[in-house]
Design a binder for this molecule. Structure first.
Ligand code: 13P
Length: 253
Protein backbone atom coordinates (compact mmCIF):
# COMPACT_ATOMS: atom_id res chain seq x y z
CA UNK A 1 0.00 0.00 0.00
CA UNK A 2 1.44 3.36 -1.02
CA UNK A 3 1.34 5.97 1.73
CA UNK A 4 -0.67 9.06 0.71
CA UNK A 5 1.49 12.11 0.10
CA UNK A 6 0.55 15.79 0.05
CA UNK A 7 3.12 18.49 -0.64
CA UNK A 8 2.61 22.24 -0.77
CA UNK A 9 4.66 24.16 -3.31
CA UNK A 10 4.61 27.75 -2.06
CA UNK A 11 6.37 28.95 -5.23
CA UNK A 12 7.68 32.54 -4.90
CA UNK A 13 5.37 33.42 -2.01
CA UNK A 14 5.93 34.08 1.71
CA UNK A 15 8.85 35.72 3.45
CA UNK A 16 10.31 33.70 6.30
CA UNK A 17 8.12 35.54 8.84
CA UNK A 18 5.03 34.93 6.71
CA UNK A 19 6.03 31.31 6.21
CA UNK A 20 6.35 30.74 9.94
CA UNK A 21 2.95 32.39 10.46
CA UNK A 22 1.48 30.05 7.85
CA UNK A 23 2.87 26.90 9.46
CA UNK A 24 1.84 28.13 12.91
CA UNK A 25 -1.71 28.04 11.62
CA UNK A 26 -1.30 24.91 9.55
CA UNK A 27 0.55 22.61 11.93
CA UNK A 28 -2.15 22.12 14.59
CA UNK A 29 -4.68 21.45 11.83
CA UNK A 30 -2.70 18.76 9.97
CA UNK A 31 -0.66 17.27 12.80
CA UNK A 32 -3.10 14.42 13.44
CA UNK A 33 -3.17 12.99 9.91
CA UNK A 34 -0.37 10.50 10.38
CA UNK A 35 -1.50 8.32 7.49
CA UNK A 36 -0.37 11.10 5.15
CA UNK A 37 3.19 12.14 4.40
CA UNK A 38 2.95 15.94 4.64
CA UNK A 39 5.48 18.38 3.20
CA UNK A 40 5.78 22.12 2.68
CA UNK A 41 8.17 23.67 0.17
CA UNK A 42 8.90 27.35 0.89
CA UNK A 43 11.27 29.50 -1.14
CA UNK A 44 14.94 29.07 -0.24
CA UNK A 45 15.21 32.02 2.13
CA UNK A 46 12.14 30.98 4.13
CA UNK A 47 13.34 27.38 4.48
CA UNK A 48 15.55 27.74 7.60
CA UNK A 49 12.87 29.49 9.67
CA UNK A 50 10.06 27.19 8.53
CA UNK A 51 12.23 24.13 9.05
CA UNK A 52 13.14 25.30 12.58
CA UNK A 53 9.46 25.77 13.37
CA UNK A 54 8.63 22.27 12.06
CA UNK A 55 11.55 20.59 13.82
CA UNK A 56 10.31 17.51 15.66
CA UNK A 57 6.91 17.70 13.95
CA UNK A 58 5.63 15.14 11.43
CA UNK A 59 5.61 17.74 8.64
CA UNK A 60 8.60 17.65 6.32
CA UNK A 61 10.26 20.49 4.44
CA UNK A 62 11.49 20.72 0.88
CA UNK A 63 13.01 23.26 -1.48
CA UNK A 64 11.68 23.99 -4.96
CA UNK A 65 14.92 23.24 -6.80
CA UNK A 66 18.62 22.59 -6.28
CA UNK A 67 21.78 22.45 -8.38
CA UNK A 68 23.61 19.23 -9.10
CA UNK A 69 27.17 20.31 -8.31
CA UNK A 70 28.37 19.97 -4.73
CA UNK A 71 30.10 23.39 -4.46
CA UNK A 72 32.00 25.95 -6.47
CA UNK A 73 31.60 28.82 -8.89
CA UNK A 74 27.84 28.63 -9.53
CA UNK A 75 26.59 32.03 -8.47
CA UNK A 76 23.01 31.99 -7.31
CA UNK A 77 22.71 28.22 -7.06
CA UNK A 78 22.13 25.98 -4.03
CA UNK A 79 23.88 22.62 -3.59
CA UNK A 80 22.22 19.37 -2.46
CA UNK A 81 24.02 19.33 0.91
CA UNK A 82 22.86 22.88 1.58
CA UNK A 83 19.29 21.72 1.00
CA UNK A 84 19.87 18.64 3.14
CA UNK A 85 20.93 20.79 6.08
CA UNK A 86 17.31 21.93 6.46
CA UNK A 87 15.18 19.66 4.29
CA UNK A 88 14.21 16.10 3.51
CA UNK A 89 12.63 16.79 0.12
CA UNK A 90 13.21 18.72 -3.08
CA UNK A 91 10.94 19.49 -6.04
CA UNK A 92 12.74 19.00 -9.36
CA UNK A 93 11.66 19.84 -12.89
CA UNK A 94 8.62 21.92 -12.09
CA UNK A 95 7.01 23.12 -15.31
CA UNK A 96 7.63 26.74 -14.33
CA UNK A 97 11.34 25.96 -14.18
CA UNK A 98 11.16 24.09 -17.46
CA UNK A 99 9.24 26.91 -19.20
CA UNK A 100 10.84 30.00 -17.63
CA UNK A 101 14.31 28.96 -16.48
CA UNK A 102 15.59 26.60 -19.14
CA UNK A 103 15.22 23.33 -17.23
CA UNK A 104 15.64 20.35 -19.55
CA UNK A 105 15.15 16.61 -19.19
CA UNK A 106 18.92 16.35 -18.94
CA UNK A 107 19.23 18.88 -16.12
CA UNK A 108 16.27 17.28 -14.34
CA UNK A 109 18.07 13.94 -14.51
CA UNK A 110 21.27 15.42 -13.07
CA UNK A 111 19.32 17.09 -10.28
CA UNK A 112 17.37 13.95 -9.41
CA UNK A 113 20.61 11.99 -9.14
CA UNK A 114 22.27 14.70 -7.05
CA UNK A 115 19.26 14.92 -4.73
CA UNK A 116 19.22 11.17 -4.17
CA UNK A 117 22.97 11.10 -3.59
CA UNK A 118 22.50 13.72 -0.86
CA UNK A 119 19.82 11.60 0.81
CA UNK A 120 16.86 13.73 -0.23
CA UNK A 121 13.51 12.56 -1.55
CA UNK A 122 13.14 13.90 -5.10
CA UNK A 123 9.68 15.04 -6.17
CA UNK A 124 10.10 15.01 -9.95
CA UNK A 125 7.49 16.90 -11.95
CA UNK A 126 6.31 15.98 -15.43
CA UNK A 127 3.44 17.24 -17.56
CA UNK A 128 2.43 18.40 -21.00
CA UNK A 129 1.57 21.93 -22.12
CA UNK A 130 -1.82 22.85 -23.55
CA UNK A 131 -0.40 22.86 -27.10
CA UNK A 132 1.13 19.44 -26.61
CA UNK A 133 -2.10 18.16 -25.12
CA UNK A 134 -4.17 19.48 -28.00
CA UNK A 135 -1.72 18.07 -30.53
CA UNK A 136 -2.15 14.60 -29.03
CA UNK A 137 1.40 14.55 -27.68
CA UNK A 138 0.66 13.87 -24.02
CA UNK A 139 1.95 10.31 -24.09
CA UNK A 140 5.11 11.20 -25.99
CA UNK A 141 5.95 14.17 -23.75
CA UNK A 142 5.12 12.68 -20.37
CA UNK A 143 6.70 9.30 -21.00
CA UNK A 144 9.84 10.98 -22.37
CA UNK A 145 10.10 13.22 -19.28
CA UNK A 146 9.76 10.13 -17.07
CA UNK A 147 12.31 8.08 -19.03
CA UNK A 148 14.89 10.84 -19.33
CA UNK A 149 14.38 12.20 -15.82
CA UNK A 150 14.94 8.80 -14.25
CA UNK A 151 17.57 7.61 -16.71
CA UNK A 152 20.45 5.74 -15.09
CA UNK A 153 18.92 5.37 -11.63
CA UNK A 154 19.24 2.04 -9.88
CA UNK A 155 15.97 0.39 -8.91
CA UNK A 156 16.55 0.77 -5.17
CA UNK A 157 16.86 4.55 -5.58
CA UNK A 158 13.24 4.73 -6.69
CA UNK A 159 12.18 4.37 -3.06
CA UNK A 160 13.19 8.00 -2.68
CA UNK A 161 11.51 9.29 -5.82
CA UNK A 162 7.99 10.69 -5.97
CA UNK A 163 6.63 11.67 -9.38
CA UNK A 164 4.17 14.53 -9.78
CA UNK A 165 1.98 14.68 -12.88
CA UNK A 166 1.25 18.35 -13.39
CA UNK A 167 -0.39 19.14 -16.73
CA UNK A 168 0.80 22.67 -17.43
CA UNK A 169 -2.64 23.81 -18.57
CA UNK A 170 -4.08 22.92 -15.16
CA UNK A 171 -1.53 24.83 -13.05
CA UNK A 172 -2.85 27.99 -11.47
CA UNK A 173 -5.72 28.14 -13.93
CA UNK A 174 -8.55 26.81 -11.80
CA UNK A 175 -9.04 24.31 -14.60
CA UNK A 176 -8.03 21.00 -13.03
CA UNK A 177 -7.69 17.86 -15.11
CA UNK A 178 -10.48 15.35 -14.73
CA UNK A 179 -9.66 12.78 -12.10
CA UNK A 180 -10.13 9.93 -14.58
CA UNK A 181 -7.99 11.68 -17.19
CA UNK A 182 -5.17 12.28 -14.71
CA UNK A 183 -5.38 8.70 -13.51
CA UNK A 184 -5.12 7.40 -17.08
CA UNK A 185 -2.02 9.48 -17.79
CA UNK A 186 -0.41 8.32 -14.55
CA UNK A 187 -1.24 4.68 -15.17
CA UNK A 188 -0.30 4.51 -18.85
CA UNK A 189 2.29 7.22 -19.42
CA UNK A 190 4.05 7.26 -16.03
CA UNK A 191 3.78 3.85 -14.35
CA UNK A 192 4.28 1.98 -17.65
CA UNK A 193 7.56 3.73 -18.52
CA UNK A 194 8.69 3.19 -14.93
CA UNK A 195 7.97 -0.53 -15.37
CA UNK A 196 9.97 -0.52 -18.61
CA UNK A 197 12.90 1.29 -16.99
CA UNK A 198 12.89 -0.74 -13.76
CA UNK A 199 10.26 -3.41 -13.14
CA UNK A 200 6.56 -3.85 -12.50
CA UNK A 201 7.00 -3.88 -8.72
CA UNK A 202 8.68 -0.46 -8.84
CA UNK A 203 5.96 0.86 -11.15
CA UNK A 204 3.34 -0.21 -8.63
CA UNK A 205 5.20 1.04 -5.56
CA UNK A 206 6.42 4.46 -6.75
CA UNK A 207 4.21 7.22 -5.50
CA UNK A 208 2.65 9.45 -8.12
CA UNK A 209 0.88 12.71 -7.31
CA UNK A 210 -1.46 14.87 -9.31
CA UNK A 211 -0.91 18.64 -9.35
CA UNK A 212 -2.83 21.47 -11.01
CA UNK A 213 -5.65 23.47 -9.39
CA UNK A 214 -6.14 20.97 -6.56
CA UNK A 215 -8.45 22.42 -3.90
CA UNK A 216 -10.13 21.30 -0.73
CA UNK A 217 -13.23 20.79 -2.83
CA UNK A 218 -11.85 18.55 -5.60
CA UNK A 219 -9.06 16.66 -3.80
CA UNK A 220 -11.22 13.72 -2.73
CA UNK A 221 -12.13 12.99 -6.35
CA UNK A 222 -8.47 12.72 -7.36
CA UNK A 223 -7.60 10.57 -4.36
CA UNK A 224 -10.40 8.14 -5.14
CA UNK A 225 -8.49 7.14 -8.28
CA UNK A 226 -6.39 3.98 -7.95
CA UNK A 227 -3.15 5.40 -9.38
CA UNK A 228 -3.16 8.83 -7.72
CA UNK A 229 -1.39 8.76 -4.35
CA UNK A 230 -1.68 12.38 -3.38
CA UNK A 231 -1.19 15.93 -4.59
CA UNK A 232 1.38 18.59 -5.26
CA UNK A 233 -0.52 21.72 -4.33
CA UNK A 234 0.26 25.30 -5.36
CA UNK A 235 -2.25 28.06 -4.59
CA UNK A 236 -4.27 26.08 -2.05
CA UNK A 237 -1.13 25.28 -0.04
CA UNK A 238 -1.01 28.95 0.97
CA UNK A 239 -4.45 28.66 2.57
CA UNK A 240 -4.39 26.59 5.78
CA UNK A 241 -8.07 25.65 5.57
CA UNK A 242 -7.75 24.40 2.00
CA UNK A 243 -4.47 22.60 2.54
CA UNK A 244 -5.90 20.91 5.63
CA UNK A 245 -8.93 19.76 3.65
CA UNK A 246 -6.61 18.26 1.03
CA UNK A 247 -4.57 16.44 3.70
CA UNK A 248 -7.80 15.20 5.32
CA UNK A 249 -9.03 13.90 1.94
CA UNK A 250 -5.72 12.09 1.43
CA UNK A 251 -6.04 10.47 4.84
CA UNK A 252 -9.24 8.81 3.64
CA UNK A 253 -7.49 7.24 0.70
P1 13P B 1 -1.79 25.21 -8.44
O1 13P B 1 -2.25 24.23 -7.37
O2 13P B 1 -1.77 26.61 -7.97
O3 13P B 1 -2.51 24.99 -9.72
O4 13P B 1 -0.25 24.84 -8.70
C1 13P B 1 0.10 23.54 -8.93
C2 13P B 1 1.58 23.45 -8.90
O5 13P B 1 2.24 23.94 -9.78
C3 13P B 1 2.20 22.76 -7.78
O6 13P B 1 3.55 22.53 -8.01
Amino acid sequence: MRKPFVAGNWKMNKTSAQGVALVNELLPAIIGYDRVERVVCPSYLAVPAVSARLQGSPVGVGTQDLYWETSGAYTGEVAPDMVKEFCQYVIIGHSERRAKFGETDESVNKKVKAALAAGLVAIMCVGETLEENEAGQTEAVVSRQVREGLNGLVTAAMENVVIAYEPVWAIGTGRAASAEGANAVIKDFIRKPVAALFDEKTAQSVRVLYGGSVTGANAREFFSQPDIDGALVGGASLKPVDFTAIVAAAAER
